[in-house]
Write a protein that binds this ligand. Sequence first.
Ligand SMILES: Nc1nc2c(c(=O)[nH]1)N[C@H]1C(S)=C(S)[C@@H](COP(=O)(O)OP(=O)(O)OC[C@H]3O[C@@H](n4cnc5c(=O)[nH]c(N)nc54)[C@H](O)[C@@H]3O)O[C@H]1N2
Ligand SMILES: Nc1nc2c(c(=O)[nH]1)N[C@H]1C(S)=C(S)[C@@H](COP(=O)(O)OP(=O)(O)OC[C@H]3O[C@@H](n4cnc5c(=O)[nH]c(N)nc54)[C@H](O)[C@@H]3O)O[C@H]1N2
Ligand SMILES: [Mo]
Length: 737
Amino acid sequence: MTKLTQYQSNPAIEIVTGVCPHDCPDTCSWQVAVKRDTGQAIDIWGHPDHPVTQGKLCGKVDRYLERTYHQGRLTTPLRRLGPKGSGEFEAVSWEEAITAIAARLQAIVTTDGPEAVLPYSYAGTMGLLQGEGMASRFFHKLGASLLERTICSEAGFEGYIYTIGAAEGMETEAYAHAKLILIWGSNTLTSNLHLWPFVLEARKQGARVIVIDPANTRTAQAADEWIAVRPGTDGALALAMMHVIIGEGLYDGDYVERHTVGFDALAQRVAEWTPERAQAITGVDAARIRTLAREYAGQQPAAIRVNYGLQRHYGGGMAVRTIACLPALVGAWRRYGGGIQLSASGYFRHLDRTQLYRPDLLAGRTPRRINMNRLGDALSTDRTQLAQAHYHPRPIDRIPAPEAAGPLIKALIVYNCNPAAVCPDQGAVRRGLQREDLFTVVLEQFQTDTADYADYVLPATTQLEHWDILKPYGHTHLALNRPAIAPLGESLPNSEIFRRLAAAMGYAEPCFQEGDEQMLRDLMACQTHPRFAGVTWERLLAEGFVRLALPQPYAAFAEGGFPTPSGKCEFYSERLLQDGYDPLPGYTAPRWQEASGEFASPAQSGTEAPTDTHSAAQQLVCISPPAHSYLNSTFGIVDRLRARAGEPLLQIHPQDAAPRGILSGNIVRVCNGLGEVTLKAEVTEHVIAGTVLAPGVWWAKHSPDGRNINQVTPQDEADMGAGALFYDVLVTVTRAD
Ligand SMILES: Nc1nc2c(c(=O)[nH]1)N[C@H]1C(S)=C(S)[C@@H](COP(=O)(O)OP(=O)(O)OC[C@H]3O[C@@H](n4cnc5c(=O)[nH]c(N)nc54)[C@H](O)[C@@H]3O)O[C@H]1N2
Ligand SMILES: Nc1nc2c(c(=O)[nH]1)N[C@H]1C(S)=C(S)[C@@H](COP(=O)(O)OP(=O)(O)OC[C@H]3O[C@@H](n4cnc5c(=O)[nH]c(N)nc54)[C@H](O)[C@@H]3O)O[C@H]1N2
Ligand SMILES: [Mo]
């Protein structure tokens, strides 16, 4: 008996349909069982009818009730008592908190100008309403600095768009029809679980599944083969695959002719990319690169699932841009089950959000744009650093002169985000948050690392307690979230908190009085793009989730029609050239490789593998991909999940552990010029030699010395989109005892 049938027959139970708010491609629809008499949620499960959720939640969101009813939930507004960072607060009323915050913001606007206020948010909820819905209206009216939300996917996203035109591609369901699946820079079983059943289905029909990753992840272990690649070198691998595919005439001449631009230039470019040259860079055997290229070209339809792991390096944009050329070269798009998916978010790019966000409230002002990855710089009182924090994603974009950087940030309003734990260069972020002249407000469900630095903490509702609409990035079903329970304590939805702040600031526009349901209904009513035909508020209310109006099955680009300027898949991109890049696929080395002197010149065509010195002094590349039981820092509070995650670890290969005298269980110090962190070593061959892996993201305050791995990650930008370099890090590892 399913949970649904079990509860359906019980008149004391109401079943409420909602959707997971978290930053994950799967965006699962769920059902919640609520006791009618007490209004308490007692159970939660995946929606059985959702074609991607298929009735199952992940091991984290399975625990969503534990998180919601956790004793650590914030239930009242708090005002800081102790020093910043100490976590000492007293409870105050909403009235008092809102009045004080509005007064302080008004004062800052008067003395420093509205750009001295910085909103800081990411994807604690991906909801359109509780994400930026009312918040955007508020900050647009204020004229605050604009935040460029670059922390996750921007480098790869931009790279992909140069080649394909938009973040569109294979639909998740199509993977079941592939003959070969390359999972490239993604740990599907951890971070995109609901893709896996489709992969298994393909496998049942004989497909081979290959994982390309520096770590032998659970996904790599479950696959047919693990191809171990050095971090940040995937572009070289893809170039060598194209070398073989073109050199051996394995490409699809007809598809190339009709649906791509720049083949001749591409052929010339990859001619120099022999597998031997790629071997020296990537660590992947040249013979294996050859057979991989042949398999990939020959096993059609061939599918690639590329994700964000490989673009958290300098050169990550170019790497994704290069990999995205592969399907068109071999004509993989022709058949359902072939192609590539980075993200499905592009399918929602026609969702009109102008009425929701109201950019017109800027009233002609063009506030500076701040790169969220450079929060440390943005909060600095040094104007050169503040200037660095201005968004400058492309080579043609300029950093302003220090005197033109604008006012110092005097107020930081954080919601849906935990920057003190998740941002690069934690030391710099904390120095900023410590500033006595910085006024910090944090909207949160829990007393996070960031909330510890707040002047005011405002208690926010969870997904069980508010309305929203979610736009997924791993499939094409828009979903509605209905509140299942009343807000806990005095907590309020983000939307209501910004509504109250707007009122206290004296903002008179009627849009600041609109209620949540009305905002969502209006959002759906104003959609005009054909993809939203039939995707209505009424259907969302009745069905919970609705697929975009796309054909089903949907074989994207089977007949070309790429949303690029040329309408074709762009091997050669004029737009890249205009933006200051190489217009052709190429290899942009990661920072660690340049810094360590390996392959300083990408043009050199060495055939030797790098000399592995294995000395204790040798620096190692440090990557910190998601821990299985966590979702960034969101589930760090849930005791059972924290117990499952164990302790903050550093996985290190035996060849690197031995010269340092490191054994499993030893405490190790991981440091570089930015900072240091103490972790427990796990000696394992599941990560390649020369690379260490620290699963993230732990709450800093749950870590031994109150710091996490972001002590050693840099603020520097990737080659595209001003993306983060979380995995392009060199560290020294030593025993701490
Ligand atoms: N359980 C869980 N699920 C999550 C998250 C979480 O924290 N926990 N986070 C969510 C979020 S915000 C996001 S953005 C997505 C993240 O989704 P992904 O970006 O797909 O993240 P991972 O699944 O960790 O995959 C990254 C993989 O890339 C590998 N990798 C690192 N560097 C390189 C490289 O240079 N080349 C290659 N080929 N591989 C590399 C890592 O070892 C890791 O196995 O997942 C979402 N889902
Ligand atoms: N070293 C390292 N650092 C990383 C990464 C990595 O792989 N390695 N991954 C990066 C990536 S991909 C991402 S996306 C970022 C994610 O960074 P964040 O967006 O900060 O994500 P979380 O850490 O999950 O924190 C989200 C916070 O939002 C809160 N929240 C959830 N819902 C609501 C709500 O409705 N209202 C309010 N007010 N708050 C809410 C949660 O309680 C939680 O504290 O981290 C990045 N940091
Ligand atoms: Mo992310």
